[in-house]
Design a protein around this ligand. Structure first.
Ligand SMILES: C[S@@+](CC[C@H](N)C(=O)[O-])C[C@H]1O[C@@H](n2cnc3c(N)ncnc32)[C@H](O)[C@@H]1O
Length: 236
């Protein structure tokens, strides 16, 4: 039986096939339209040298050069995507630029949770994520609420999470076009959901009809005096 959670398995497979096919030209379509939103979103991650940034889905790695402005080849960028074609483009960029701090992972976003990260940490000597960027993914991914919850669970307390995506009236011509080209939805209450989960919540809109939003927030958490163990407020 097919699972019907925000789209069938078949719809997901079709979307990945589509991204595999367009991976070679994706950057031409994507780069210019999201330029301002992307710049703002990445500033909101508040990345500093040596930190770990998780980008889900990372696609062709369009963000990497912007992350590197802050990281300067230090720390770690974990780029996760389910399309082999998109990841090949990301790998090409990584090699071309001589970046040494990028780890590309072919995985389904629905599998990225705390348990996945514990396993990942064992083989990568990596035990923290300081910032999570979900750009133009959650509108098309299944189980998007779980994915947001899992991203927050992986984040360090006081870590930053930023989402860049679409929110439009479904019936408008622009909405129909965005749905067709992006193979996702356009009216999921993504930012409304994030708002209930983080502190320092901020929302900014971009593009025609303010259709693109960037939301950012900080994982709630406190650092107990005298040691390095952080706990999220909910655990106390
Ligand atoms: C519109 S692109 C966005 C890529 C990149 N974040 C950007 O802003 O350019 C959507 C991406 O989601 C990926 N994707 C779709 N379903 C996925 C899944 N279940 N798990 C991981 N990645 C997925 C696609 O392969 C594609 O690279």
């Amino acid at each position: 039986m097919e699972t019907k959670i925000d789209g069938t398995k078949k719809e997901q497979e079709k979307a990945i096939e589509y991204y595999d096919k367009i991976s070679g030209i994706y950057d031409f379509i994507s780069n210019w339209y999201y330029k301002n939103a992307r710049k703002y979103a990445i500033e909101k991650l508040k990345i500093v040298k040596g930190q770990t940034v998780l980008n889900l889905p990372c696609g062709t790695g369009v963000n990497f050069k912007h992350f590197q402005k802050y990281l300067k080849n230090s720390g770690l960028i974990i780029g996760i995507d389910l399309s082999k074609g998109m990841l090949e483009q990301a790998e090409r960029k990584t090699k071309k630029n001589g970046w040494m701090n990028i780890d590309l992972v072919l995985e389904n976003a629905t599998k990225i949770d705390q348990i996945w990260f514990e396993e990942y940490s064992k083989s990568n000597e990596q035990n923290k994520v300081d910032a999570v960027f979900c750009d133009l993914g959650l509108s098309g991914l299944p189980e998007w609420q779980n994915i947001i919850d899992n991203m927050i669970s992986i984040l360090e307390p006081n870590g930053r999470i930023v989402i860049l995506d679409w929110y439009l009236e479904k019936s408008s011509p622009l909405a129909k076009f965005v749905k067709w080209i992006g193979k996702g939805e356009v009216d999921r209450p993504l930012w409304q959901y994030l708002k209930t989960k983080v502190s320092d919540f901020e929302l900014e809109k971009f593009g025609f009809f303010d259709g693109i939003f960037v939301v950012s927030g900080t994982k709630k958490g406190i650092k107990p005096a005298g040691n390095n163990v952080y706990k999220s407020l909910g655990e106390w």
